[in-house]
Design a protein. Structure first.
Length: 420
């Protein structure tokens, strides 16, 4: 639901609120956070609160273990230690709520009603989603309906064998989004040290502007570029019907303005092929890509022809444009005319009958070696790659049209082996 659509709706009745580590860095911050939760509770709002470790607690635990044990520690022992940051935070936050007269409790992974069940990939455990949903509905929902504020340590899971696991740095976001799904929350509020999602990184760009709202597809593009405001792995757990609001902890008010994240992103990784053949138009010349005017004219002609630019590769001495083959022949003539009149460009070549294959899914960026696996499998099958690009959790691949079906089959096999 868009922010503009929500303004005239009824108030929220159930929230999942996640406080990041900076929001709980010390007693003053914890007090402000607890006040904001108590205020909403007094309005009759049901809440599950997910807490990260206080400040740099996780880093301190890692440093301590490194100094004390070196590398001689098992992965499950390390997870058990690192989980103490969030587990302690939950206890402190619950005590702060009780001091404000709130009816509340915290959950611990050793409790029988603990909801987040994972596999045993220690330090990068994956939630077993159907089990998590079922347990959260069974154990947490009745507590909320009874007026209890439930505080849950983020980042932490438990295997089916009862061993404590952790889901990776920043994985408190995963906990929050899973609980929101299970509890049919009206909204997830992520309380951070920023005002929301900005038009640029304030550490790099002066005076960026806060975005009022952003779609998941756009958000993934920013996450790919390195902006860190939500754990990328967590995005796959967002329910399309439940918005996320990112706000600044300094306001001390869960109703404060922030950025609304709406929509959802593809959970699984899929392989798609463009239905029509494509072509690669290569323009070469010394400093071929240095003329801003030439580049502007080239893209203007493509736009004027109504053509879809499938991909592009620009370097010092060449420009490669990947276009559908069904574009009007006049477009190639227009591009050639631009090449002839610009002294920086020398010639143009066209390779026809290419297949355009797109692999997309949020898990691509989280799985090292996927691109290497794709290129290795295609190479082993004798399939030449005429272009490969990565952008916004997608991999774009161009091969000969005669190899299209075989390439799609091989890439699907690579994805099944490495991701899905």
């Amino acid at each position: 639901m868009r922010l503009s659509e929500r303004k005239n709706k009824e108030p929220y009745n159930r929230l999942v609120v996640k406080f990041g580590g900076t929001s709980l860095a010390d007693g003053v911050n914890i007090s402000r956070a607890a006040n904001s939760v108590a205020k909403k509770a007094k309005e009759g709002v049901q809440m599950a609160v997910v807490v990260s470790a206080m400040g740099r607690a996780t880093d301190l635990l890692i440093d301590t273990v490194d100094q004390a044990c070196g590398k001689i520690i098992s992965s499950n022992e390390l997870d058990d230690i690192l989980a103490m940051g969030e587990r302690t935070s939950a206890r402190v936050f619950t005590a702060a709520l009780k001091a404000r007269g709130q009816k509340c409790c915290y959950l611990d992974p050793y409790d029988s009603d603990w909801p987040i069940i994972t596999d045993e990939k220690f330090s990068k455990a994956n939630p077993i989603l159907p089990v998590c949903i079922e347990r959260a509905k069974k154990h947490l929902q009745p507590l909320l309906e009874d007026g209890m504020i439930v505080v849950v340590p983020g980042f932490v899971g438990k295997s089916e064998a009862g061993m404590i696991t952790t889901m990776g740095r920043g994985a408190s976001d995963i906990t929050a989004l899973i609980l929101a799904q299970a509890l049919s929350a009206d909204q997830v509020i992520l309380v951070t040290d920023v005002e929301g999602i900005m038009t640029a990184d304030p550490k790099i760009i002066r005076s960026p502007v806060r975005l009022e709202e952003i779609s998941m597809d756009t958000l993934v593009g920013l996450a790919d570029s390195g902006s860190k405001f939500i754990q990328k792995k967590a995005l796959r757990y967002k329910n399309p019907e439940i918005d996320i609001k990112v706000i600044n902890n300094s306001a001390g008010d869960l109703d404060s303005d922030g950025t609304i994240i709406h929509g959802t992103f593809l959970n699984s990784t899929v392989v798609e092929s463009y239905p029509e053949p494509a072509m690669a138009v290569t323009i070469v010349g010394k400093e071929a890509s240095e003329s801003t005017q030439t580049l502007t004219e080239i893209f203007h002609e493509i736009r004027k022809a109504g053509a879809t630019l499938l991909g592009a590769s620009i370097n010092h001495n060449s420009l490669i444009l990947y276009l559908p083959m069904n574009v009007a022949g006049s477009l190639l003539d227009s591009l050639h005319s631009i090449v002839v009149k610009d002294e920086r460009t020398i010639a143009m070549a066209v390779r026809k009958d290419l297949a355009f294959i797109k692999v997309r899914g949020v898990a691509l960026e989280e799985t090292p070696g996927v691109i290497n696996g794709i290129t290795k499998d295609l190479n082993s099958a004798g399939i030449n790659i005429y272009g490969i690009f990565t952008i916004t959790s997608s991999v774009l691949i161009f091969v000969d049209i005669k190899d299209k079906e075989k390439a799609v089959h091989l890439i699907e096999g690579t994805i099944r082996t490495n991701i899905n």
